[in-house]
Write a protein that binds this ligand. Structure first.
Ligand SMILES: [Zn+2]
Length: 93
């Protein structure tokens, strides 16, 4: 087995695993709010990065604008799959 075959097999295994993941779980956690669905202010993010405790939460949290408060996002592989299906459906109608 050559190195090229090994690399090709590894890439194929990764692609198969990712497509399986997109089939089983099409939604992943939102990257902006880490899946919480709440808007995290830049100040809280900076405090978390520095290790200082976050300020007291005195007002109601706003929903994340990117995921509209759901905390979920469509995976890129699933988005590509949906786009390809839409193109196929439009072309064969
Ligand atoms: Zn979000």
């Amino acid at each position: 087995m050559t190195l090229t075959m090994l690399v090709a097999a590894a890439i194929a295994a990764y692609a198969l695993g990712y497509s399986l993941l997109c089939f089983v779980s099409p939604f992943g956690p939102c990257r902006r709010c880490d899946g919480t669905g709440n808007h995290i202010s830049w100040l809280d993010k900076r405090r978390a990065a520095n290790g200082t405790p976050s300020r007291p939460k005195r007002r109601i949290r706003k929903p994340c604008r990117r995921c509209k408060g759901t905390g979920a996002r469509l995976r890129i592989g699933r988005r590509i799959h949906n786009h390809a299906r839409r193109i196929h459906a439009d072309g064969t109608r």
